[in-house]
Design a protein around this ligand. Structure first.
Ligand SMILES: C[S@@+](CC[C@H](N)C(=O)[O-])C[C@H]1O[C@@H](n2cnc3c(N)ncnc32)[C@H](O)[C@@H]1O
Length: 223
């Protein structure tokens, strides 16, 4: 994403007074500038007009990226962090984004009702192994023809990158940006067959960009 595009989105997270908290603004700017996540997800969703459920949406940056990309489908973001949901809702309103909904939901116990595409971006590792597989099975059932399940995840494969990813996740928890510790990392050898058993075809590609992390993008659709 260009500097201008990132600044345009991050602006919705800027505090109304200069002496107030700039954390969300700085995080949004840094994330949008440095991480290839959103261009990858936007490309995966392009061409579909189905509503998107964003599981573990954080500040809802995907909502802003979708609109900036001209993708006008309804957006429903859920996260268990009440402060992020408040901030995401506020920023989407401030940016004048239409057809947006944000809700506090704990994915360890609850899955919202939805039909359409689903995004699970850097979230799976915060659930226990069994909860991850159940979540994937339940989200697969939400997809109709042409809908997409887009997952970004750290792949557990014993590589140096996967170690750096784990350290990064722990650090995010220690400094307080992430309220919860990661629980379990899946390998491609576990997630791909599971999605196939749910009746989906899956493509998995590395999405490293200039980061040191072992990030992969998985895009799944009904056979
Ligand atoms: C690394 S952030 C990713 C945020 C967003 N998906 C993005 O890509 O910008 C992980 C998010 O998952 C959320 N999360 C972790 N455990 C969760 C749970 N049990 N239920 C809902 N959200 C959860 C965190 O609050 C955090 O916002």
């Amino acid at each position: 994403m260009t500097a201008d595009e990132a600044r345009a989105i991050a602006g919705a997270f800027a505090p109304t007074r200069p002496w107030k908290n700039w954390n969300d603004y700085c995080y949004a700017l840094l994330k949008l500038r440095s991480d290839p996540l959103y261009p990858g997800v936007l490309a995966a969703l392009r061409g579909s007009t189905s509503p998107v459920l964003d599981l573990g949406c954080g500040l809802g940056l995907l909502a802003h990226a979708l609109r900036q990309d001209g993708q006008a489908m309804a957006y429903y973001g859920v996260d268990n962090d009440a402060a992020k949901i408040r901030s995401g809702r506020h920023a989407a309103g401030r940016a004048g984004l239409a057809d947006m909904c944000f809700e506090q939901v704990d994915l360890a116990t609850t899955l919202p009702r939805h039909q359409g595409s689903v995004a699970i971006l850097d979230v799976l590792q915060y659930l226990q192994a069994e909860a991850q597989l159940a979540l994937l099975q339940n989200t697969a059932a939400m997809l109709g023809d042409g809908d997409r399940l887009v997952i970004r995840m750290t792949v557990a494969d014993g590589s140096r990158r996967s170690v750096v990813s784990r350290i990064g996740d722990r650090a995010a928890n220690v400094v307080g940006w992430m309220r919860f510790r990661p629980r379990h990392y899946l390998g491609l050898d576990a997630i791909s067959p599971h999605l196939q058993q749910c009746g989906l075809t899956v493509t998995a590609t590395p999405l490293y960009g200039n980061t040191p992390f072992n990030n992969w993008l998985l895009v799944a659709q009904r056979d």
